[in-house]
Design a protein. Structure first.
Ligand code: TMP
Ligand code: ASP
Length: 235
């Protein structure tokens, strides 16, 4: 597949056009940011771990009946994906209290929730990705009610599959963020990435953090944490 010009550079990935108008190529970087870009750094070989992990997981999700943008891995950092129009929502699912949830509701981190929760943030860096509810989403025409129902259903299915995938390697899936896109015919599919950048992953025995919180919170050992996740998932 001939790779054409760069279309977009995000905080963690670049997106390129290809000779096929329905196919994009994503290239994963080692750049790491937190707090909407206020904290900047890099995590050595993060791009390789995130690319391989996201691709492996998306293939497992496809087998479980969840449509994704994944087409084919080209190299350690590069993957072909289906072209979508991204729905401008960060879709967050939580199983255990942590991060902004713990802060917002005044609860300690690490408490098992009685049921998984779903929340949406409006993807808008200028506004710092504010939380948004279903009424506000449809009122602003960011997504339709029907699309939101599909997104919620898929998000909980992704959660159920991810819990199993990580439990098999002794990792507790605390929470994660996913994004969806629309194909030309309007079909909603899973897009973006699933990686230690976008999930909270804790060792089941020790609760050691194996994700980007090591970078966000200056805990150190972030390179080793990403490599440990890669090792456990046999990437
Ligand atoms: P939060 O507790 O900070 O709201 O984060 C919830 C989950 O979403 C956590 O797994 C980290 C992930 N996340 C992203 O992927 N991107 C972001 O910009 C933020 C703020 C969180
Ligand atoms: N996506 C956020 C940022 O751009 C970082 C995070 O994952 O917390 O800075």
């Amino acid at each position: 597949m001939e790779i054409l010009e760069q279309l977009y550079e995000g905080k963690a990935k670049k997106v390129f056009k290809t000779a096929d108008a329905d196919v994009y190529m994503v290239q994963y970087k080692d750049d790491a940011t937190a707090f909407n870009g206020a904290k900047k750094g890099s995590i050595s070989d993060k791009g390789i771990v995130n690319n391989k992990m996201s691709n492996q997981i998306m293939q497992q999700l496809e087998k479980a009946g969840i449509p994704t943008h994944y087409i084919e891995q080209l190299s350690d950092r590069e993957t072909l994906v289906k072209r979508v129009e991204i729905v401008p929502l960060e879709v967050i699912v939580r199983n255990v209290t942590a991060g902004s949830f713990a802060k917002r509701f005044g609860v300690e981190e690490g408490l098992q929730l009685k049921n998984p929760t779903l929340e949406f943030c409006y993807k808008n860096d200028d506004l710092d990705d504010p939380m948004i509810n279903n009424y506000q989403i449809t009122a602003l025409e960011l997504a339709t009610e029907q699309e939101l129902a599909t997104i919620a259903d898929l998000a909980f299915k992704v959660n159920a599959e991810l819990i199993k995938i990580f439990a098999a390697v002794n990792i507790r899936l605390v929470d994660f963020k996913i994004e969806f896109g629309r194909l030309d015919d309007g079909t909603i599919i899973l897009a973006d990435e699933i990686s230690p950048d976008t999930c909270r992953l804790w060792d089941k025995d020790t609760n050691e953090k194996l994700d980007k919180d090591r970078f966000r919170r200056d805990l150190g050992g972030e390179v080793e944490a990403y490599q440990e996740v890669a090792r456990r998932l046999s990437l």
